[in-house]
Design a protein around this ligand. Structure first.
Ligand code: HEC
Length: 136
Protein backbone atom coordinates (compact mmCIF):
# COMPACT_ATOMS: atom_id res chain seq x y z
CA UNK A 1 0.00 0.00 0.00
CA UNK A 2 2.74 2.38 0.96
CA UNK A 3 4.69 1.47 -2.17
CA UNK A 4 1.63 2.02 -4.35
CA UNK A 5 0.98 5.40 -2.74
CA UNK A 6 4.59 6.43 -3.26
CA UNK A 7 4.46 5.36 -6.87
CA UNK A 8 1.27 7.33 -7.40
CA UNK A 9 2.80 10.38 -5.76
CA UNK A 10 5.88 10.18 -7.95
CA UNK A 11 3.81 9.68 -11.09
CA UNK A 12 1.48 12.56 -10.39
CA UNK A 13 4.28 14.96 -9.60
CA UNK A 14 5.36 14.36 -13.15
CA UNK A 15 8.15 13.09 -15.25
CA UNK A 16 10.79 15.55 -14.14
CA UNK A 17 11.02 14.25 -10.60
CA UNK A 18 10.58 10.62 -11.56
CA UNK A 19 13.49 10.98 -13.96
CA UNK A 20 15.95 11.31 -11.14
CA UNK A 21 15.58 7.67 -10.22
CA UNK A 22 15.59 6.29 -13.73
CA UNK A 23 18.69 4.81 -15.25
CA UNK A 24 17.19 3.13 -18.32
CA UNK A 25 16.33 5.33 -21.30
CA UNK A 26 12.65 6.33 -21.27
CA UNK A 27 10.88 5.96 -24.62
CA UNK A 28 9.88 9.16 -26.40
CA UNK A 29 6.79 9.40 -28.60
CA UNK A 30 7.93 11.23 -31.71
CA UNK A 31 5.10 10.11 -34.00
CA UNK A 32 3.88 13.72 -34.38
CA UNK A 33 7.18 14.72 -36.03
CA UNK A 34 8.09 14.32 -39.70
CA UNK A 35 10.15 11.21 -40.43
CA UNK A 36 13.80 11.79 -41.19
CA UNK A 37 14.91 8.25 -42.00
CA UNK A 38 17.37 5.92 -40.30
CA UNK A 39 20.58 7.51 -41.48
CA UNK A 40 21.85 9.92 -38.82
CA UNK A 41 21.99 13.52 -39.97
CA UNK A 42 24.34 16.09 -38.44
CA UNK A 43 22.14 19.18 -38.50
CA UNK A 44 18.83 19.57 -36.72
CA UNK A 45 15.97 19.01 -39.19
CA UNK A 46 13.48 20.30 -36.57
CA UNK A 47 15.19 23.55 -35.65
CA UNK A 48 12.54 26.11 -34.68
CA UNK A 49 9.77 23.48 -34.74
CA UNK A 50 7.56 24.20 -31.69
CA UNK A 51 6.11 20.69 -31.56
CA UNK A 52 9.61 19.21 -31.59
CA UNK A 53 10.65 21.52 -28.76
CA UNK A 54 7.63 20.47 -26.71
CA UNK A 55 8.42 16.78 -27.17
CA UNK A 56 12.08 17.48 -26.49
CA UNK A 57 11.35 19.24 -23.22
CA UNK A 58 9.59 16.19 -21.86
CA UNK A 59 12.17 13.78 -23.31
CA UNK A 60 14.94 15.81 -21.68
CA UNK A 61 13.13 15.71 -18.33
CA UNK A 62 12.92 11.93 -18.50
CA UNK A 63 16.35 11.10 -19.86
CA UNK A 64 18.84 13.90 -19.31
CA UNK A 65 17.72 16.06 -16.38
CA UNK A 66 19.04 13.71 -13.71
CA UNK A 67 22.56 14.61 -14.79
CA UNK A 68 22.19 17.86 -16.74
CA UNK A 69 19.64 19.42 -14.37
CA UNK A 70 15.96 20.35 -14.44
CA UNK A 71 15.19 22.79 -17.26
CA UNK A 72 18.78 22.20 -18.38
CA UNK A 73 20.18 24.24 -15.50
CA UNK A 74 23.11 22.11 -14.43
CA UNK A 75 23.79 21.49 -10.76
CA UNK A 76 27.41 20.82 -11.62
CA UNK A 77 27.68 17.06 -12.17
CA UNK A 78 27.44 17.41 -15.96
CA UNK A 79 27.93 20.33 -18.39
CA UNK A 80 25.23 23.02 -18.53
CA UNK A 81 23.67 22.43 -21.94
CA UNK A 82 22.28 25.98 -22.18
CA UNK A 83 25.77 27.01 -23.25
CA UNK A 84 25.95 24.67 -26.24
CA UNK A 85 26.59 26.60 -29.41
CA UNK A 86 23.51 27.44 -31.46
CA UNK A 87 23.17 26.30 -35.04
CA UNK A 88 24.99 23.72 -37.12
CA UNK A 89 28.24 23.43 -35.17
CA UNK A 90 26.35 22.97 -31.90
CA UNK A 91 24.18 20.37 -33.64
CA UNK A 92 27.20 18.30 -34.64
CA UNK A 93 28.61 18.23 -31.13
CA UNK A 94 25.19 17.58 -29.63
CA UNK A 95 24.33 14.62 -31.85
CA UNK A 96 27.77 13.09 -31.37
CA UNK A 97 27.26 13.01 -27.60
CA UNK A 98 23.61 12.03 -27.81
CA UNK A 99 24.36 9.13 -30.10
CA UNK A 100 27.54 7.78 -28.51
CA UNK A 101 27.67 9.25 -25.01
CA UNK A 102 31.08 9.83 -23.49
CA UNK A 103 33.57 7.44 -21.95
CA UNK A 104 37.28 7.57 -21.27
CA UNK A 105 39.63 4.97 -19.80
CA UNK A 106 36.77 2.51 -19.36
CA UNK A 107 34.70 4.95 -17.30
CA UNK A 108 31.28 5.98 -18.64
CA UNK A 109 30.66 9.68 -18.11
CA UNK A 110 27.49 9.71 -20.16
CA UNK A 111 25.65 6.68 -21.56
CA UNK A 112 24.82 6.55 -25.29
CA UNK A 113 21.21 7.27 -26.27
CA UNK A 114 21.28 6.88 -30.04
CA UNK A 115 20.05 3.32 -30.29
CA UNK A 116 17.62 3.47 -27.41
CA UNK A 117 15.84 6.69 -28.33
CA UNK A 118 16.60 7.23 -32.01
CA UNK A 119 17.45 10.43 -33.84
CA UNK A 120 13.94 11.93 -33.92
CA UNK A 121 13.98 12.08 -30.12
CA UNK A 122 17.54 13.42 -30.15
CA UNK A 123 16.70 16.27 -32.48
CA UNK A 124 13.54 17.05 -30.54
CA UNK A 125 15.68 17.48 -27.41
CA UNK A 126 18.12 19.65 -29.32
CA UNK A 127 15.23 21.82 -30.57
CA UNK A 128 14.13 22.44 -27.01
CA UNK A 129 17.70 23.03 -25.79
CA UNK A 130 18.13 25.80 -28.34
CA UNK A 131 15.16 27.59 -26.76
CA UNK A 132 17.02 27.40 -23.42
CA UNK A 133 20.28 28.77 -24.83
CA UNK A 134 22.14 31.49 -22.97
CA UNK A 135 25.54 33.16 -23.30
CA UNK A 136 25.64 34.54 -19.75
C1 HEC B 1 24.54 9.72 -16.29
C2 HEC B 1 24.58 11.16 -16.46
C3 HEC B 1 24.20 11.73 -17.79
C4 HEC B 1 23.02 11.56 -18.48
C5 HEC B 1 21.81 10.74 -18.07
C6 HEC B 1 23.13 12.37 -19.66
N1 HEC B 1 24.35 12.99 -19.70
FE1 HEC B 1 25.03 14.21 -21.17
N2 HEC B 1 26.83 14.34 -20.25
C7 HEC B 1 27.13 13.80 -19.01
C8 HEC B 1 28.52 14.12 -18.68
C9 HEC B 1 29.23 13.72 -17.38
C10 HEC B 1 29.03 14.85 -19.76
C11 HEC B 1 30.48 15.36 -19.93
C12 HEC B 1 31.20 14.26 -20.66
C13 HEC B 1 32.69 14.44 -20.74
O1 HEC B 1 33.26 15.22 -19.98
O2 HEC B 1 33.29 13.77 -21.61
C14 HEC B 1 27.94 15.00 -20.72
C15 HEC B 1 28.03 15.68 -21.92
C16 HEC B 1 26.98 15.95 -22.76
C17 HEC B 1 27.05 16.80 -23.93
C18 HEC B 1 28.28 17.59 -24.39
C19 HEC B 1 28.29 18.89 -23.59
C20 HEC B 1 29.52 19.72 -23.72
O3 HEC B 1 29.47 20.90 -23.32
O4 HEC B 1 30.55 19.22 -24.19
C21 HEC B 1 25.82 16.80 -24.49
C22 HEC B 1 25.38 17.55 -25.74
C23 HEC B 1 24.97 15.96 -23.68
N3 HEC B 1 25.72 15.47 -22.64
C24 HEC B 1 23.64 15.72 -23.93
C25 HEC B 1 22.85 14.83 -23.18
C26 HEC B 1 21.48 14.53 -23.50
C27 HEC B 1 20.70 15.14 -24.66
C28 HEC B 1 21.06 13.61 -22.58
C29 HEC B 1 19.72 12.92 -22.52
C30 HEC B 1 19.28 12.24 -23.70
C31 HEC B 1 22.17 13.37 -21.68
N4 HEC B 1 23.23 14.13 -22.06
C32 HEC B 1 22.13 12.49 -20.60
C33 HEC B 1 26.29 13.06 -18.22
C34 HEC B 1 25.03 12.63 -18.58
Amino acid sequence: MLAAATLLAVTSVGTRLAAHGDVTPQPVDTSALPDIGDKWVTHNPYRGNAKAAEIGKSAFGQNCARCHGLDAISGGIAPDLRYLELGDSGDEWFVQRFQHGSSRDGKVYMPPFGEALGQKAGWAIRSWLETRHTDD
